[in-house]
Design a protein around this ligand. Structure first.
Ligand code: NAD
Ligand code: ZN
Length: 236
């Protein structure tokens, strides 16, 4: 039997892990903004039709997230990175709270709300200012519109990030799935790949998901409570 620290572990997180920090998920009622559904705002079509509207929504989310702090679940994952020899954190979140908790290596499948990129040239920047001085922001290199460096519905995920996630999942012995409804592809396929490779699947989510019936262990509690407890037990 390998020591706990030698076991390869992957954690996949979704919006639920940040819920206790005060970041709304998209699927709860508080996910609506000025009667708009995120699924209608987080698209390239919406951005081209009305960049002011989409940027106003992102400005609101940036302000909201700026006031949030990482919770015990984010901190536990940062500790796991320090204490495990082979640990990979994959997130669908764009809020940067994993990094704020101390995680150094985060595979961000859906980008990051604190990065902006040009819609025309290769310009990219990280900008934590709240509020942004100009909305919508323009590219200092070519004057075209900047957009949030996030993956919108209908767009493809960054190839290298997704490949690194697939590789980690194929090799892992334990996969933790925390605070994700496991509905958004291709992230939802990662736990299924882990199962196919005989890894142990642990789900932490207060609600049932399509993954629940396949998981070896299901913890129906908020991540901030369940994850620290699970980690203590794992280390014994
Ligand atoms: P999701 O599909 O990942 O669903 C949220 C899940 O979290 C639900 O299954 C819910 O039961 C669970 N949950 C709620 N509270 C929890 C808690 N305290 N502990 C553990 N689990 C909890 O997320 P979504 O909101 O439908 O968003 C879809 C996509 O939108 C995400 O993949 C992400 O890219 C983006 N998003 C990101 C953020 C963020 O960065 N914080 C927030 C909202 C949406
Ligand atoms: Zn540009």
């Amino acid at each position: 039997m390998k020591r706990f620290s030698q076991q390869p572990v992957v954690a996949l997180t979704g919006a639920g892990i940040s819920a206790e920090s005060g970041v709304p998920t998209f699927r709860g009622d508080e996910g609506l903004w000025r009667d708009h559904n995120p699924q209608e705002l987080a698209t390239a079509t919406a951005f081209h039709r009305d960049p002011e509207l989409v940027w106003a929504w992102y400005a609101w989310r940036r302000e909201l997230i700026a006031a949030c702090r990482p919770n015990a679940a984010h901190k536990t994952l940062a500790a796991m990175e320090r204490e495990l020899e082979d640990f990979t954190l994959v997130t669908q979140n764009v809020d940067g709270l994993h990094q704020a908790a101390g995680s150094q290596r985060v595979l961000e499948l859906h980008g990051n709300i604190w990065r902006l990129r040009c819609t025309r040239c290769d310009y990219r920047t990280e900008d934590h200012s709240v509020p942004l001085p100009n909305l919508p922001p323009c590219c200092p290199a070519c004057d075209a519109l900047l957009r949030p460096d996030v993956v919108w519905f209908g767009e493809s995920l960054p190839r290298q990030v997704l490949d690194a996630a697939w590789r980690a999942v194929v090799d892992c012995q334990t996969m933790l799935v925390v605070g994700t409804s496991a509905l958004v592809e291709p992230a939802a396929s990662l736990p299924l790949l882990a199962l196919r490779n005989k890894s142990r699947l642990v789900e932490i989510n207060p609600s049932e998901t399509p993954l629940s019936e396949h998981a070896h262990q299901v913890l129906r509690q908020p991540a901030g409570e369940a994850l620290p407890r699970w980690w203590s037990a794992f280390k014994k």
